[in-house]
Design a protein around this ligand. Structure first.
Ligand code: MG
Length: 387
């Protein structure tokens, strides 16, 4: 008998609602392992994610602003931590499994390329003849296959519930390759509430931190932000309550209130919807329509803010210049490696004659890079100052 089955479990769980995902009733892992003894299965997933290499690389990957543009901007890692914090808070209020919500949040951006969405779009374009590239699927590929940390299996061997949460969207074509995990994209259905929640936590985090970062970068102004009701309402309230505080404090007070209102609304609206449907367990949740939601009014305000950020921050000409340069770097790296795989580190070279298999390994290599590593590789391959 293994040690794992003889020791008593010593972890403590909070009160979970009937509709929460249950670590002790998990659908399990692809490779059987003894249950953990000092933590739940979802806590073990979370811990495995934090210890993996792809998680550490998030520190040097772009969220919106490339890492070397300034030390104060969000990176993929600090964005991820903010998502996990918001997801945990709401999960606790809804009596969901906070560890599962946290694990999904910590893993949700693992598959992102260097240089944020520009990198993803370029790599997807480069991979158009080989099945494309999608960061969400890449996150799953990392935790299922690419991490090399355990003797007995590839990947992190996470529970079904964490893997289910990582796959937010998926084409039916890709879904057919995912077995049980892909079913809901073909037959309909929802993931656990913890997974639905991580998705909203992502939106709350980036909408708010991109206001903060956009202002700090000087891409947008407070005057422009008054076009959005969500910002304007809270800005005026802060101004009335705390006249004379510094501009920096005004901005942070406003953003703090925006986050609070979004979290409060999400909690209330979701609780109402859960009460209406009254799911007896997580399988009832899976067959119900999505239950985690904003109210209509807040959803509209959040969408307006998102659209504002898209137009004024994500497509600002200064950002466009970085996007253009980032895409060029990834495009040229991809072309060079596909034309001549012998330039790749040995782990990424394949013996196969299949172009698609080799191209996928090139995509794995490029997607794994941090911003600065991609720039270094670019210099190594294309700068002719020294050979
Ligand atoms: Mg994200």
């Amino acid at each position: 008998m293994t040690q794992g089955t003889t020791m008593a479990t010593v972890y403590v769980t909070g009160t979970l609602a009937s509709y929460a995902a249950r670590a002790d009733r998990s659908r399990g892992r692809v490779h059987d392992e003894p249950p953990p003894t000092t933590r739940t299965s979802f806590q073990r997933d979370r811990d495995r994610i934090i210890h993996c290499g792809a998680f550490r690389r998030l520190e040097y990957k772009t969220q919106v602003f490339v890492n070397h543009e300034g030390d104060m901007f969000r990176t993929r890692l600090t964005h991820t931590l903010e998502v996990a914090q918001i997801a945990r808070s709401v999960a606790r209020n809804l009596q969901l499994d906070t560890d599962l919500a946290e694990a999904i949040s910590l893993a949700h951006d693992l598959g992102h390329t260097p240089f944020g969405h520009a990198g993803q779009e370029e790599l997807n374009h480069c991979m158009r003849d080989y099945g494309g590239f999608e960061h969400n699927l890449q996150s799953l590929r990392i935790v299922d296959k690419l991490e090399e940390r355990y003797g007995a299996f590839d990947g992190l061997n996470l529970t079904f519930e964490t893997r289910e949460g990582i796959i937010k969207h998926c084409t039916p074509e890709n879904a057919r390759t995912l077995g049980e995990l892909g079913k809901r994209f073909i037959e309909g259905g929802s993931p656990s509430l913890e997974a639905q929640l991580a998705n909203f936590a992502d939106e709350i985090a980036y909408n708010n931190h991109d206001v903060d970062d956009g202002l700090r970068a000087g891409l947008i102004t407070v005057a422009q932000l008054q076009q959005t009701d969500l910002f304007a309402r809270h800005w005026h309230a802060v101004d009335a309550e705390m006249p004379g505080i510094s501009a920096r404090r005004m901005i942070h007070e406003t953003i703090r209130r925006m986050i609070s209102v979004l979290i409060f609304d999400l909690t209330q609206t979701s609780l109402d919807r859960i009460r209406d449907v009254a799911p007896a367990d997580v399988d009832d949740v899976r067959s119900a329509p999505p239950l985690i939601a904003f109210s209509e009014a807040i959803q509209k305000e959040s969408s307006v803010l998102k659209q504002f950020l898209f137009e004024h921050v994500y497509r600002h000409y200064q950002v466009n210049r970085t996007i253009s340069k980032s895409r060029l770097i990834l495009r040229r790296l991809f072309q060079a490696f596909v034309e001549n795989p012998s330039l790749l580190p040995p782990d990424f070279q394949t013996d196969t004659a299949s172009d698609a298999v080799q191209a996928r390994r090139v995509a794995d290599y490029i997607a794994s890079m941090t911003d600065r590593y991609a720039m270094r590789e670019y210099r190594r391959l294309f700068e002719v100052t020294e050979v």
